[in-house]
Design a protein around this ligand. Structure first.
Ligand code: IPM
Ligand code: MG
Length: 354
């Protein structure tokens, strides 16, 4: 039976960038002889328009059945009325919860070819290779919420089990990298952070004595990411801090459009998506950067399907295409004409080994 990949293009630039990822998948499938069945589903605003729900039952069934899910992006002004009963983003949060994907891996690397696309000085970008391990199914995103006319509450809750499994995963990744974990919290203010810190200290002292543990408050971490990014190896943090810090860290790599992510559950099943959003301002124009999605496909092949070689082939093709000067607008050199989403896809296809 062919491996089943669920494809959820979603909203905004989602369908445009997913189309390029699908072309890359078809190409590596034809070259390698591996069979992949791709089945599309609805999520987010597109799902609300078609069914009234952001995460319809068919999509839930697809997420259950599929070996892995590749997602574009959700959200947009059409559905952004804060008073709306159902919002696109809720579809993504429900999908993450349904799949139990608690570990969101967001690798951030810099490449000399893209130094000029970053707002930071080149000397600060050298040798940056960070893996952010973001907790994804707990914290303030999923706590109880209440709202009346004049007040609102979002509860931030973490349990020992949720903290343990994510910091252990960070420790395990550090062992196969440079042996360092930076745990980011706000333990000077938040009780969830104090629990996080004490559990992290405990686990590293008992089971990861070979891994260096550094602890930073989130505000300081935001600064250190810009001033000494190359010092970081693995960063582990809770859901919302990870959301914010990875948008910031994307500027090291040149553009939010470059960064992939993998969200894993206990069975290595996973959800793969670029870290950027639906970019409604450029949707439908065919100018979005498909690299983050194509690199997410590579992570899907590596982590959920065990196809390390195909993953590396794709990652190398993206790097080669970018290094050869093929650039969408977000990463174009000053004065260089930007190419379209599909031309970027063509360049990556052309860079795949024959
Ligand atoms: C992300 C996004 C989502 C998040 C939104 C769309 C709910 O910003 O994946 O980083 O906050 O997790
Ligand atoms: Mg985000």
């Amino acid at each position: 039976m062919a491996t089943l990949i669920g494809l959820l293009p979603g909203d905004g630039i989602g369908p445009e960038i997913c189309r390029e990822a699908q072309r890359v998948l078809n190409a590596v499938s034809a070259q390698s002889g591996r069979q992949f069945e791709v089945r599309e589903g609805l999520i987010g605003g597109a799902a609300i328009d078609a069914t009234g729900e952001a995460f319809p039952a068919d999509t839930r069934a697809l997420a259950n059945e599929a070996d892995a899910i590749l997602l574009g992006a959700v959200g947009g002004p059409k559905w952004s009325n804060p008073e709306a009963a159902v919002r696109p983003e809720q579809g993504l949060l429900d999908l993450r919860a349904a799949m139990g994907v608690y570990a969101n891996l967001r690798p951030v690397r810099t490449h000399a070819a893209l130094y000029s696309a970053s707002p930071l000085k080149a000397e600060r970008l050298k040798d940056v290779d960070i893996l952010v391990v973001r907790e994804l199914t707990g914290g303030i995103y999923f706590g109880d919420k209440q709202r009346d006319a004049d007040s609102a509450t979002d509860v931030c809750r973490y349990t020992r089990a949720e903290i343990e499994r994510i910091v252990r995963m960070a420790g395990d990744f550090a062992r196969s990298r440079r042996g360092k974990v930076t745990s980011v919290d706000k333990a000077n203010v938040l009780d969830t952070s104090r629990l996080w810190r004490s559990i992290t200290d405990e686990i590293f002292a008992s089971d990861y004595a070979d891994v260096e543990l550094e602890t930073l408050l989130v505000d300081a971490a935001a600064m250190h990411l810009l001033s000494r990014a190359a010092d970081f190896d693995v960063i582990v943090t809770e859901n919302m801090f990870g959301d914010i810090l990875t948008d910031e860290a994307s500027m090291l790599s040149g553009s939010l459009g470059m960064l992939p992510s993998a969200s894993l559950n206990a069975d290595r099943g996973g959800l793969y998506e670029p870290i950027h959003g639906s970019a409604p301002d450029i949707a439908g124009q065919g100018i979005a950067n498909p690299c983050g999605t194509i690199l997410s496909l590579a992570l899907l092949l590596r982590f959920s399907l065990g196809e390390d070689e195909l993953a590396e082939t794709i990652e190398q093709a993206v790097l080669n295409a970018v290094a050869a000067g093929h650039r969408t607008g977000d990463i174009a050199e000053p004065g260089q004409p930007a190419i379209s989403t599909s031309a970027m896809g063509d360049a990556i296809l052309a860079a795949l080994p024959a």
